[in-house]
Design a protein. Structure first.
Length: 355
């Protein structure tokens, strides 16, 4: 088993002190590997074995950080792959200079509370833990701010949704307050959020006791999220970039990225992911190809000038936009309008303000 040569970032939950986020609260800090494996696979197209095999291969090539969710329906396969890898490594005979044996603490496991589970946080958390069967969860995220009365179908964005409006119970503040109680169980190290804008974080931080350790959002050169990153850094919240490759081929034909790939003798994907990590965000690319997994976990040291060039790509006409396919025809995302999400976007996910 290889060990990847990637940096780790420090991550912690903060306390709210007198309505402000205290970013040096003396709470436990943890290290999170800057590159993780995104484990979302469309269950209409991929089997449980595909998920298991993808995770097993990822462990072989050096991945130790796995990003799954209740909504992906594959926590069991992710947990099985990690446990089997630990067992296999423990069964290997000791060889001087040979690979180190793996244990649970070598892995970083993130999973997420589904929209349909906001009213049953503790039961849903226990179900995730049981499926993962991995002693504890490193990071448990509130997947979306919107609660739903049913199961969200990630592959059908125009499905008649069952999302509750922002002021209906449970609100995301109420759901978060239930998540805060999970920390006392010591079955989870850290809690965080996902798909939260500055607007919704402001509401949350005004009413909660614990500052989220993480905010996982769509982030790549077309959607660099500079304002959100600045806000989160000020509050001690780390960002994870989801769909860091844009879940598409957009960057693989983009002239600037392709030229840099040639210059650094690397791939377009590595340029984009290295940019994400160098600016201090965790990236969780998904790949089921062993070769592409290896690329994705091998970062290059981009110059400051090239960082700036990539960072300015979104300012070209039509480029500042979301690249994921979550945007319903009516301009909502899983039942919430952009306004409720606090996303300055027009239909199709185009950013309105050039921030
Ligand atoms: N919190 C949220 O709401 C949320 C939302 C979306 C995603 N996520 C997380 O983010 C993870 C990653 O996002 P994503 O799957 O949407 O998109 P992504 O990682 O940006 O892109 C994945 C696509 O890129 C391809 N790919 C990967 N590495 C490549 C390389 N080196 N060269 C060429 N193509 C490459 C993959 O195909 P192959 O597999 O064939 O390589 C796949 O088609 C998810 O798995 C999930 O864990 C979270």
């Amino acid at each position: 088993m290889k060990v990847a040569n990637i940096p780790s970032f420090t991550i912690q939950n903060g306390n709210i002190v007198l309505g402000t986020a205290d970013i040096s609260p003396g709470r436990a800090t943890y290290a999170i590997p800057s590159v993780g494996l995104g484990c979302y696979m469309d269950s209409n197209t991929f089997t449980e074995k595909d998920v298991y095999d993808m995770c097993t291969t990822a462990i072989e090539v050096g991945y130790r950080h796995f990003d799954t969710a209740t909504g992906y329906g594959n926590e069991k396969q992710v947990g099985d792959a990690i446990r089997d890898a630990i067992e296999l490594s423990q069964a290997q005979p000791e060889v001087a200079g040979g690979p180190c044996k793996l244990s649970r603490k070598d892995f970083y496991i993130t999973t997420k509370l589904a929209n349909g589970d906001h009213h049953r946080v503790h039961d849903a958390f226990q179900e995730s833990l049981d499926l993962l069967n991995c002693e504890y969860i490193d990071l448990y995220l509130l997947h979306w701010p919107q609660a739903s009365t049913g199961v969200v179908d990630f592959s059908d964005i125009n499905a008649k949704d069952m999302a509750l409006p922002p002021d209906a119970h449970p609100t995301f503040v109420e759901t978060w307050q239930e998540m805060e109680k999970l920390l006392a169980t010591s079955k989870v190290k850290l809690i965080g959020v996902s798909n939260f804008s500055v607007k919704n974080l402001e509401t949350l931080l005004g009413k909660c006791s614990i500052v989220p350790a993480m905010n996982q959002v769509e982030l790549h050169p077309c959607l660099p999220q500079y304002d959100l990153q600045k806000y989160c850094e000020d509050k001690g919240i780390l960002l994870t970039a989801y769909s860091p490759l844009g879940r598409s081929t957009a960057f693989f034909t983009e002239p600037l990225i392709c030229n840099l790939a040639k210059e650094y003798q690397t791939t377009a994907a590595q340029i984009v992911l290295s940019w994400g990590v160098r600016r201090g965000t965790v990236v969780v690319p998904k790949s089921q190809s062993k070769e592409r997994m290896e690329f994705n976990i091998t970062l290059v040291d981009l110059s400051a000038e090239d960082m700036n060039k990539i960072g300015a790509l979104h300012s070209q006409p039509g480029m500042h936009r979301s690249l994921v396919k979550f945007h319903a025809d009516d301009g909502s995302v899983f039942g919430w309008k952009y306004e409720w999400l606090g996303w300055d976007m027009s239909k199709g996910g185009f950013v309105i303000t050039n921030s």
